[in-house]
Design a binder for this molecule. Structure first.
Ligand code: NCD
Length: 308
């Protein structure tokens, strides 16, 4: 039985196969419409979510399966003091696969160790978000053909943004990827990403504050919101909010073929005027998330359609 905790749980060739399956599902949805008949997905979300939870649910429903779960800690027995490991122990009796999101780093890992069914990390605190990374890789591959030879700018809250940590970790295994890490001093990437991922693998990167300066060099700009819920005080958040706003003027500094991605939700870091720019792909990206999650469910449940 396999779980998904980190993007490194799959090899690069397994990821390729997963994305191939995602592409086939998008092209031939009817072929997969009954692949999970009689199976159930539980979504255990202890933190807010729109896309991740609903794309998981939409994915399972499109595969013929059904869904159950909770969308806030307050409506589960966590509110009565139940541990994640106790909750997950009974989930195996209710569902065939579980997607879990939790504010504490490592909670999904604890769940996976105690689970009788495959567990998917749907985001753990400021740590990792591997299925957003699958979505991001799938989007990049579908836009560029192959994930290589790219200068990728990651902009915003690189300290608390788990999507950024997962994406850098995953992209470090591809050929000729360079990073420009754009953030205020206070929100730079954590040391473990700099040391254990970038330096250890000799990945070229620079850390800058100015988005304008980075703009002309980028093939992809990955914008992120300032992670308000992970700040120690509101004052600090308010100081950082609005630090970066991608608008038409800044877009005019970019390459003609640059791609703008964002895991969403957006707060104010991309002006809505940019949505009409042909280089804005963030809504398309959210759509891709359903197909890759369908591929993931088919694979972890070891159905006849599994990718590997
Ligand atoms: C992200 C998350 O939850 O980390 N959202 C998502 O799953 N698409 C990004 C965010 O909340 O900023």
């Amino acid at each position: 039985m396999r779980h998904l905790m980190s993007p490194l749980d799959f090899s690069v060739s397994e990821l390729e196969k997963l994305m191939d399956l995602g592409d086939d599902i998008e092209k031939n949805p009817q072929k997969y419409a009954h692949a999970c008949d009689g199976m159930r997905l539980a979504t255990c979300f202890y933190e807010p979510s729109t896309r991740t939870r609903l794309s998981f649910e939409s994915a399972m429903l499109r595969l013929g399966g059904s869904v159950l779960g909770f969308s806030e800690a307050g409506s589960s027995s966590a509110a009565k003091g139940e541990s994640v490991s106790d909750t997950i122990k009974v989930m195996g009796a209710y569902a065939n696969i579980v997607a879990i999101r939790h504010p504490k780093e490592g909670a999904p890992l604890v769940a996976s160790i105690n689970s009788d069914v495959p567990v998917i990390n749907a985001g753990d605190g400021g740590h990792q978000h591997p299925t957003q990374t699958l979505t991001d890789l799938h989007t990049i591959r579908s836009l560029t053909g192959k994930i290589e030879n790219l200068t990728i700018g990651l902009c915003g809250d690189l300290k608390f943004g788990r999507t950024v940590h997962s994406l850098i970790t995953a992209l470090a295994r591809y050929n000729n990827i360079r990073f420009i890490l754009i953030s205020p001093e206070e929100l730079k990437i954590p040391d473990y990403i700099r040391e254990d991922v970038l330096k250890k693998n000799n990945i070229p990167y620079e850390e800058v504050v100015s988005l304008e300066e980075a703009m002309p060099k980028l093939d992809i700009l990955y914008m992120t919101r300032i992670q308000r819920e992970r700040f120690f005080n509101e004052e600090e958040y308010l100081r950082m909010r609005g630090f970066y706003i991608l608008d038409k003027e800044k877009m005019s500094l970019a390459k003609e073929k640059m791609m703008v991605l964002h895991p969403l939700p957006r707060v104010n870091e991309i002006s809505t005027a940019v949505d009409k720019d042909p280089r804005a792909f963030y809504f398309k990206q959210a759509e891709k998330g359903v197909y890759i999650r369908m591929a993931l469910i088919l694979t972890l449940l070891e159905t006849e359609f599994k990718a590997f």
